[in-house]
Design a protein around this ligand. Structure first.
Ligand code: ATP
Length: 306
């Protein structure tokens, strides 16, 4: 019993880590079916995801019974639209993504995709329809080709290269010692944060899901990398229903709707211009970011003078 218990316990810890960080969860979960907290209903049908419309309706949720985290959260994302989640740390943004991926079931309300309650369909079909670009992608100790192909194991060489080009990482890979056959990860070539994120983008492009969840990196990247990543992200999201957690508000000026969260509730919603006019929390966050940017600029100019 003890021998059995140890690996299961290890899986448990690992599973929670995945839940927390959205790390390569799509397939990792397959390895750990034993420890899932969420179970498919007997003879649950597959999700039929044709357009990718998302509906959150009065969603209430807590990780434990004692503490409610999300309170009556309602919003919808039309097929192919982009909705952004912003708000202070701990507001509940990642929790919304975890619920959509069904790491947990809601306590109240419902989440529908194309009219189907995600609670009633198989998890594998749900997760097949959703691509995730996490903040921090963990690479396998494998070739870079394998790491990209992981998005769709049956993809051929040509598809892998097309996805890498689209994610703006193909040229970089050609500079690696063995190009696409180069070993990466902990025991191989270490990639930078921006490069890892582009691997995640390439994977998602290969996977071609209807829905994309994007967790923007908090760490600042240099301006050129930032610009490259933004255009790669735009490509991975085009014609997909997209939910993005944004830390830099400049990246979501064109979102179809911005949801401002605070303490588990949506406290403001609208387009960028509208929210600025409202002069509330969003406007405050925006002005703060402008100030920080100006500060950085001044610092750079001063450094140049010296
Ligand atoms: P950040 O911008 O810092 O990532 P967030 O808006 O994404 O924050 P969440 O990660 O959704 O916030 O967290 C919302 C609340 O839920 C926080 O109070 C957090 O402490 C709590 N929480 C998150 N994960 C768990 C968990 N696994 N168990 C218990 N509480 C959790």
């Amino acid at each position: 019993i003890i021998q059995l218990y140890v690996p299961l316990n290890w899986f448990g810890t690992f599973y929670r880590q995945i839940q927390k960080n959205f790390v390569d969860m799509e397939n990792m979960l397959e390895l750990m079916k034993e420890d899932q907290e969420v179970i498919d209903a007997p003879s649950a049908p597959d999700l039929v995801c044709s357009r990718g419309g998302i509906d959150f309706s009065n969603v209430t949720f807590g990780y434990s019974k004692e503490k409610i985290i999300l309170k009556n959260v309602s919003f919808n994302i039309g097929p192919g639209k982009i909705v952004a989640l912003v708000g202070p740390s701990g507001a509940g943004k990642s929790t919304i993504m975890r619920l959509l991926f069904r790491f947990y079931d809601v306590n109240g309300g419902s989440i529908l995709i194309d009219g189907q309650n995600i609670k009633t369909v198989t998890q594998s079909s749900l997760r097949k329809s959703i691509g995730v670009v996490p903040q921090d992608t963990v690479l396998f100790n494998q070739t870079i080709k394998y790491n990209i192909k992981y998005g769709r194991i049956t993809a051929d060489e040509h598809d892998v290269i097309t996805a890498a080009r689209s994610a703006d990482i193909h040229e970089k890979i050609l500079t690696f010692p063995q190009q696409y056959e180069t070993q990466v990860g902990e025991r191989g070539l270490r990639l930078s944060g921006g490069e890892k994120q582009r691997v995640a983008i390439a994977r998602t492009i290969l996977k071609a899901p209807q829905i994309v969840l994007l967790d923007e990196a908090t760490s600042a990247l240099d301006t050129t990398t930032e610009r490259n990543i933004q255009s790669a992200l735009a490509r991975v999201c085009s014609n997909k229903t997209t939910l993005i957690i944004a830390h830099r508000l400049s990246t979501i000026i064109h979102a179809d709707e911005i949801l401002v969260m605070n303490d588990g509730q949506i406290v403001e919603r609208g387009k960028h211009e509208q929210l600025l006019e409202e002069n509330g929390l969003y406007a405050e966050m925006w002005n703060q970011q402008l100030k920080n940017l100006e500060g950085e600029k001044l610092r750079d100019e001063k450094a140049e003078e010296e």
